[in-house]
Design a protein around this ligand. Sequence first.
Ligand code: 3PG
Length: 211
Amino acid sequence: MLSAALHQQISHQKVLPVLVLDNNEQARVLADCLLEFQLNAIEITLRTPEALNVIEFLATNYPELIVGAGTITSADQLQAVQQSGAQFALSPGATESLLHAGRQAEIDFIPGVMTPSEAMLAQSYGYSLLKLFPAEVSGGCALLKALGAPLSELNFCPTGGISVRNLAQYLALDNVPVVGGTWLAPIDQIRQHNWKQIRDNMLQLQAILTD
Ligand code: 3PG
């Protein structure tokens, strides 16, 4: 399920930054930078020990952000990120228990798929925006075009292997309102406090999207 507000925001910004954050200080610097570029909707992965605290910090201190939580692999994690203040959640996959939990949750949930059968299963639960993961290795744009014919009511957020090199090709597809990825703020650049490079990444994105 996806609220109209979230769908509108991610379709507007066209790129969902995926962030792997160790602490609130990294989160603070990045939040200021992301907001400057109107990238209000973000995904914080549950891949570091502090991820839940970071989600809570951002949700509390940056009301302009729409904080999403990623790498959700269980119903318990979905519950935990909701309690931490996440407004939506994404999974790399689509187990039946997660698809069910996502329907019950108070926050939006975007399941992950890689095959027509997984997409059809998610659709049968009522989901219409799905994360295609891992996008590039699963077939990329060619797969999305092929899925678009029989599954024309579904939209996808391809993630995994997306960068400035290929994002425009993905966004040109009718069934792709938004792409996701870590390339805007990669973990190594964050840990090195290479904020200038991250800012340059966002400027580069802005130039591509306004082209
Ligand atoms: C994710 O968590 O969605 C992926 O790790 C993002 O993939 P990327 O690092 O190739 O952008």
